[in-house]
Ligand binder design. Sequence first.
Ligand code: TYM
Length: 317
Amino acid sequence: MKTIFSGVKPTGRPHIGNYFGAMRQFLKLQNENDSGVNYFCVVDYHALNLVQNAEEMRRLSLDVAIDFLAIGLDPKKSVIFKQSDVSEHTELAWIFDTITTVPYLKRAHAYKDAVAKGGEEDVSAGTFTYPMLMAADILLYDTDIVPVGLDQKQHIEFARDTALKFNRIFGETFKLPEAYILENVQTVPGIDGQKMSKSYNNTISLFASDEEIEKAVMAIVTDSSGERPENVFAIHKLIRSESELEKIYEENKGKYKILKELLIEDLKTFIRPMRERRGEIAKDLNFVKKVLDDGKEKASGVANKKMQQVKKSIGVI
Ligand code: TYM
């Protein structure tokens, strides 16, 4: 019996990097973990570092819930909920802030990236303490396994360190979670060969229209060496077996247009059913809101019990 927990930030449309790097594993684990509990969280308070417009926040948060359902997460098998609906997350994050040092948090890749981008003056305190809120998300539910992409590995190590530190100071309270990162998709590349990321503008949306797929694939950066177009191949192998592709790419050596057209067709076939399912689910927003309400209820019960234990450990009750 395992507890699975993962989260997605509502900062815009999900892309195939989110899907192959993490969300597909949500589905696999959900379907294998019959006797355990699976939590999939719309981490809106994490997104608040970036999304600071009420209308947008409401829309993007609901969108992630729809995305979860569209990829096949099942509210009968998984608890789907919004982070802000369970206030224990931010409460526990504060407690973790008090046992964590500034130099430790300065080691976070995400913090370093933010400093490199805009200088330290522009980094919000929320960005700085982000890993402690994420540690709270994970540790509140006695999580065993956290399916994520490689970019989140350090955050899970932070959660483990924080659990160990808390247990050392206040006594055994938290379980140590393990990251679940699939080797072959730990970092899905974007159309420019860098990590696929909304902030690099190099994504292929998970629910892209046929036209968007065509545009994105045609924009994949290829070198002119006449060999295999690596950036095209790297995306293609997400949806077709590598051995099959080796043969096709060998037969079409140097014919980049043909290979891109083939990738377009394969992506269309892969994305279309999911996009259509998403369209159906988005028609019934009352259902989606009900899923989130039920999720809130279930997650709150567990989080509240754990917080009572934490509060006893630290001596506020
Ligand atoms: P987020 O919302 O940026 O991304 C969601 C998931 O997608 C993965 N991912 C990728 N995997 C492979 N290749 C890529 N190019 C790629 N881009 C994104 C991410 O690794 C992630 O698993 N901090 C988290 C959200 C979070 C969370 C949590 C996750 C908050 N609390 C608790 C797990 C447990 C984040 O920003 O993910």
